[in-house]
Design a protein around this ligand. Structure first.
Ligand code: NAD
Length: 462
């Protein structure tokens, strides 16, 4: 099939590459000339596991190309995907200007043709209920006829950054929102190779498809905020949130995913999608109260580490050297949009602290926000040099089992604020660390130098 992808970001690039991998002819469009130049020269603008391999192969086999010109992509395309940003507007609702403008540009191109043919316009962006209708109106306003020249399909994307290729190649389900049988059949054919293991392709109406995406993200965000509140209560009553999590996750009604307490959710989706769904409620005269709480609990949780550090240093962070491990909003991505680490950095800088950070992938993306107001390290042990404390913000694999003896010896003071509950509090205390985590009892550090030495040699190198 001939496919155009409008918007070549995380979703557009991964979708385009995976469609090409299945033998389709894909042209990706972006208005960012630098990005398109980079892609054309064979370089990827984002980090995503496995993407490089598929990207290189499909470019080489000439099934995947990139352009800044809509015309190059749209005129031959049977299916046109819109994978454009939908950032929160001032009132929290999704800003649809990118999507509607692109739809307008496509329609303008089509009406210029003697025979505009028939194409499917697919909303892959996360968009509020009613957007398929608005895209359709945009096309119709230019004189195109639905059913004859185009159909609009809502096809929300559920890929997770950090596992995007795998998620796209083996989706739990594919949702196709359309009232057109012709469009539904074509979309089903396009997606069949991705669900050979039997996962469903659900064909629903446009509005239900749009609601499915927001509902999924809002439930996941709710679970995170809920567990963060449980963690905060655990700290106050002397319980351990990780044990509570294990205890509930074996209940099949609850399951085990999205129950980890931490420093709040980030990324380009959860915060904006929860806000947008809340806003949709308002626009329809409904006060979706839980979502308000999900967001305010998350804001509070992302500030938690800063308050904890402030308290530990008696309100005087001025000049304190803080080492940070992890900048990406989650592991295996370089995405730092809405990352809790950035909220923490802001709080630390406001209080006069000096931050040196390490992340395996997200240093360049962080530089865009913080430039040289913080320092960056090329290896994970470098920021610890004479630091007053280490703060852990992202659970990259390499932070799970570091050489803790080296961490202990390199830090100026062995103080660790762990926003991801990576280590055992009792073992950390035995090794002489002052160790703070989320929702678990604090254990006073061992003070006897000989005992610390023994514990470090026993536990230090895991
Ligand atoms: N990132 C995710 O994990 C994820 C997952 C599921 C759904 N989504 C949704 O998918 C949509 C896209 O998200 P993303 O993370 O890929 O965004 P992104 O910011 O990474 O990419 C968007 C791309 O669109 C380009 N663009 C902007 N205006 C354009 C125009 N008029 N014409 C052509 N290109 C244009 C930008 O230059 C950018 O490259 C959003 O609605 C998002 O909520 C994202």
């Amino acid at each position: 099939m001939n496919i155009a992808i409008i918007g070549t970001g995380y979703v557009g690039l991964v979708s385009g590459t995976c469609f090409a991998e299945m033998g389709n002819q894909v042209t990706c469009v972006d208005i960012d000339e630098d990005k398109v130049d980079m892609l054309r020269s064979g370089k990827l603008p984002i980090y995503e596991p496995d993407l490089e391999h598929y990207f290189a192969r499909n470019r080489k086999e000439e099934r995947l190309s990139f352009t800044t010109d809509y015309e190059d992509a749209v005129l031959d395309a049977e299916v046109i995907f819109l994978a454009l940003p939908t950032p929160p507007g001032e009132d929290g609702s999704a800003d649809l200007s990118y999507v509607l403008q692109a739809a307008g540009t496509i329609a303008d191109l089509l009406v210029e043709q003697d025979d505009p043919g028939y194409r499917i316009i697919v909303n892959k962006s996360t968009v509020p209920v009613g957007t398929a209708d608005r895209v359709s109106e945009t096309m119709a306003d230019r004189g195109l006829t639905t059913g004859e020249h185009y159909d609009v399909v809502s096809n929300p994307e559920f890929l997770r950054e950090g596992a995007a290729v795998d998620d796209f190649m083996k989706p739990d389900r594919v949702v196709i929102g359309t009232s057109s049988e012709k469009a539904a059949n074509k979309m089903t054919r396009l997606y069949e190779p991705f669900v050979r293991q039997g996962n469903p392709i659900l064909v629903v109406d446009e509005r239900s498809a749009e609601m499915i995406k927001y509902t999924a993200n809002s439930i996941l965000a709710t679970r995170i905020s809920f567990m963060n509140e449980i963690a905060n209560l655990c700290e106050r009553v002397g319980a351990d949130v990780d044990k509570v999590r294990l205890g509930i996750s074996k209940d099949h009604r609850i399951g085990r995913h999205f129950l980890y307490a931490g420093i709040g959710f980030g990324g380009s989706c959860f915060p904006k999608d929860v806000q947008a769904l809340h806003r949709t409620g308002r626009q329809h005269g409904y006060d979706f109260q839980i979502l308000d709480s999900v967001l305010s609990v998350n804001d509070q949780q992302r500030e938690l580490m800063v308050h904890r550090l402030d308290e530990y240093f008696d309100g005087d962070l001025e000049g304190k050297k803080i080492a940070m491990w992890g900048l990406a909003f989650k592991p295996n991505t370089d995405d730092v949009r809405e990352a809790p680490s950035h909220v923490i950095i802001e709080g630390l800088l406001e209080r006069g602290a000096e931050v040196t950070a390490f992340d395996p992938e997200a240093i360049e993306t962080t530089k865009v926000n913080f430039g040289d107001s913080i320092s960056y390290a090329e290896d994970m042990y470098a920021p610890l040099e004479n630091a007053d404390a280490l703060v852990i913000c992202t659970e990259w694999h390499e932070f799970r089992r570091p050489d803790l003896a080296r961490v202990h010896d390199t830090l100026g003071t062995p103080v660790v604020f762990d926003g991801r509950n990576l280590y055992d509090p009792s073992r950390m205390a035995e090794m002489g660390f002052e160790y703070f985590s989320i929702g678990r009892p604090h254990v006073a550090p061992q003070e006897d130098a000989e005992a610390i030495k023994a514990a470090l040699s026993e536990n230090g190198q895991a």
